[in-house]
Design a protein around this ligand. Structure first.
Ligand code: RB5
Length: 157
């Protein structure tokens, strides 16, 4: 069965999203287009939240977000446990985001990459595996244990 992959953008990323959506379908993915569906002004969190929720829940393994700089989408998606959303502006950054950081959400800065570069970034991210090894423990340390944080704050008081 084809891997389901969600993709979403705000208005700034809409046109590039359409190109990446086509490329993902051509690559055999079952693409879930969360929106936006036109160039009218929108708010990026409205699209980042539902995509990040799916990745965080484990309903999908990975997803793709786009906005003007990539920053608003990444800030929002990275608030979800287990989500590692990486802004990538070159294929090499995308590769390292997979190899070292196990990035499960690719975020593209649509106003700062060409269509050609965006496609190369997407394919490099899709095709690169997490290296594990020394990076395993580092990635594990990203997730905070909030209960432990609360307990230690109580102990200090
Ligand atoms: C929209 O103008 C722009 O602010 C948005 O796409 C994004 O860059 C925010 O981080």
């Amino acid at each position: 069965m084809a891997e389901r992959i969600p993709i979403a953008s705000d208005h700034a990323g809409f046109e590039l999203k359409e190109r990446l959506r086509t490329a993902l379908m051509a690559a055999g993915f079952d693409v879930d287009d969360i929106g936006t569906h036109g160039t009218a002004s929108t708010d990026y969190p409205d699209y980042a939240h539902p995509l990040a929720q799916q990745v965080s829940d484990g309903r999908v393994q990975r997803g793709v977000l786009l906005c003007g700089t990539g920053l608003g989408m990444s800030y929002t998606a990275n608030r979800y446990p287990g989500v590692r959303a990486a802004v990538a502006w070159t294929p090499d950054v995308a590769e390292l985001a997979r190899k070292h950081n196990d990035a499960n959400v690719l975020v593209l800065p649509a106003r700062f990459v060409s269509d050609e570069d965006a496609l190369a970034i997407l394919h490099r991210w899709l095709d690169t595996a997490f290296e594990g090894g020394r990076h395993e423990g580092r990635v594990a340390k990203i997730e905070r244990d909030e209960q432990a944080d609360d307990a230690s704050a109580g102990a200090e008081g």
